[in-house]
Design a protein around this ligand. Structure first.
Ligand SMILES: [Zn+2]
Length: 262
């Protein structure tokens, strides 16, 4: 993200200092996916994704899918995304969004990588398309519904298809009572928190440029809502990262010794 061009290494250091174990830095077109790969190569605890965001699918050309395949061959490019539907902005025509969601999901199946789903004002279409590829299996590791902004129905259907649910700073906003109620219902072993930076800085940083270290404010709110300690959220989400991507401390020791249930 250009927003970090001036102080990227300081921002990354602050993330480490604030106890963040892993960063998943998403791509949203070929150019940003390439930069995501370069950053993942420079830092041990940063991983990348490659995919074409629903906003940008109108830019897809004949080479795009080959380029995605090449990027995803890199061992630190661990998911395909962001992909999905955004009928709120409709920066790309809805038909193209649906077509390229299907095509990218098919690529993810071929490459056996989880997907990062962006879904805004498109709950029913997203469920309809994804359920063609992800049969009911709550124990599957299908991917992450990122920056979750849907309703309880979408959360339940996503969980049924084996997805994880990730909350951004928007869950801390005053008006987000429905999101907080949903956050309470997500099984601990299906939960993530994220920044979606540089956007959606959580309270009390709302309105500022968001950065990874601020995710602790979101984690604290989720902990409060669920009546647990922030350390539990930290451990759970790191464990979930390991479960979904096979990456992390647990992978090295070969044991999963700690699991929180709600
Ligand atoms: Zn998104």
């Amino acid at each position: 993200m250009d927003a970090f061009d001036d102080d990227r290494s300081e921002v990354i250091q602050r993330a480490k200092d604030n106890g963040i174990d892993y960063v998943l830095n998403v791509g949203c077109d070929i150019e940003s996916s390439l930069r995501s790969m370069e950053l993942a190569e420079r830092y041990d605890f940063i991983y990348g994704t490659a995919g074409v965001h629903p906003h940008d699918v109108k830019k897809i050309d004949r080479q795009t899918y080959d380029q995605l395949k090449q990027l995803l061959a890199h061992p630190k490019m661990i998911a395909l995304g962001e992909i999905g539907l955004d009928f709120y902005k409709n920066y790309s025509p809805p038909d193209q969004q649906k077509e390229h969601l299907r095509k990218q999901v098919e690529l993810s199946r071929e490459l056996k990588k989880p997907i990062i789903v962006h879904c805004r004002d498109a709950n029913e279409d997203a469920i309809a398309i994804l359920s063609d590829y992800f049969p009911k299996d709550p124990s599957a590791r299908s991917g992450i519904f990122h920056c979750f902004s849907g309703n309880q129905e979408l959360a339940d259907r996503a969980l049924e298809m084996g997805f994880y649910i990730s909350f951004s700073g928007s869950v801390t906003f005053k008006k987000s009572e429905e999101l907080r109620a949903i956050a309470k219902t997500i099984p601990a072993d299906r939960l993530f928190v994220e920044t979606d930076c540089p956007f959606l800085a959580p309270v009390p940083k709302r309105g500022k440029r968001n950065e990874p270290s601020y995710v602790m404010h979101t984690a604290q709110l989720i902990a409060d809502v669920r009546g647990v300690d922030i350390k539990d959220i930290q451990r759970t989400t790191s464990l979930n990262f390991f479960e979904l991507f096979g990456i992390g401390k647990e992978a090295k020791t070969g044991t999963v010794s700690y699991q929180i249930r709600n």
